[in-house]
Design a protein around this ligand. Structure first.
Ligand SMILES: Nc1ncnc2c1ncn2[C@@H]1O[C@H](COP(=O)(O)OP(=O)(O)OP(=O)(O)O)[C@@H](O)[C@H]1O
Ligand SMILES: [Mg+2]
Length: 248
């Protein structure tokens, strides 16, 4: 394992702290011995081959998968939102789908509807606000899901392959939105930058958006480095070969 990641300053408690976290599904060890501390404002990319544990790690961070071993501590009081690899849409309009997320967080329905329209505008989908979300294309659904996450003004944003099924134009738009989000602040207000953890198979995107890269293999962290070091420094063989393979 190579690691040279930032350590949270004492006056900024970590957003996440994982010690020896493992997740087992029957015979499959989806994560093993994961040690990870994420400081506020970091933009962490999770990379690695299919099945290496990226989605599982994101689900653990969001509290949706319980570690079978080890310890997970989450910072208190921050609002988290997660964008799933396959977004779930309710059989209702796109606007309703976004508004419901806000309403569930205590926003009055009237305000939720207005804010959801703004969020759809932000992802360039105001034109389909009234369309049944289940009838939208995969890429459109992904952008509605991003609007749903963005509308919550989260302090911590978890994104599982946010641009995987998007065309180049939409990909660029979503990346700009992610960069925008990362540069903004969430519920906690100014001085509390948004923390972002995302998985991606697009190494160009990782270079553009991440401050830190974590390479996973068979559920274990093999490299954890600042983005510049990851792409310019020595890497363990497996990670180096993966990067080379993804670049061709
Ligand atoms: N609910 C589950 N039940 C059983 N096995 C699971 C479950 N979720 C994940 N796994 C297994 O855990 C391993 C890690 O899966 P995970 O979805 O985290 O990988 P990933 O890195 O996100 O892959 P991809 O790049 O394909 O999205 C895989 O072997 C997968 O089959
Ligand atoms: Mg996945």
């Amino acid at each position: 394992m190579v690691a040279r990641a930032s350590v949270a300053a004492p006056d900024h408690p970590p957003v996440f702290s994982l010690r020896g976290v493992g997740v087992r599904y029957g015979l499959v060890q989806a994560l093993q011995g994961v040690n990870l501390t994420v400081a506020p404002g970091e933009r962490v990319a999770l990379i690695g081959a299919n099945g290496c544990g990226k989605s599982t790690l994101l689900r653990v961070l969001h509290g949706l998968a319980k570690p079978s071993s080890g310890q997970l501590l989450r910072g208190e009081g921050s609002r988290q939102a997660m964008l799933f690899q396959r977004p779930h849409m309710l059989r209702a309009s796109a606007q309703h789908n976004v508004a419901l997320g806000l309403w569930l967080h205590g926003v009055r329905w009237r305000d939720a509807r207005a804010q959801s329209l703004q969020a759809l505008q932000r992802v360039g989908l105001e034109g389909i606000a009234a369309q049944n979300a289940r009838t939208l294309s995969g890429g459109q659904q992904q952008r509605v899901a991003l609007a749903r996450a963005w509308a919550l003004r989260p302090d911590v944003l978890l994104l599982d392959e946010p641009t995987a099924s998007l065309d180049p134009h939409a990909k660029r738009e979503v990346e700009l939105l992610m960069a925008d989000l990362a540069a903004s602040h969430g519920q906690a207000g100014p001085g509390h930058p948004v923390t972002m953890v995302f998985s991606s198979h697009n190494l160009g995107q990782v270079k553009r958006l991440a401050s830190r890269v974590i390479y996973l293999e068979h559920g274990a962290v093999l490299a954890d480095l600042p983005v510049h070091d990851f792409f310019n420094g020595p890497l363990p063989d497996a990670a180096r070969l993966f990067v080379k393979g993804e670049m061709v």
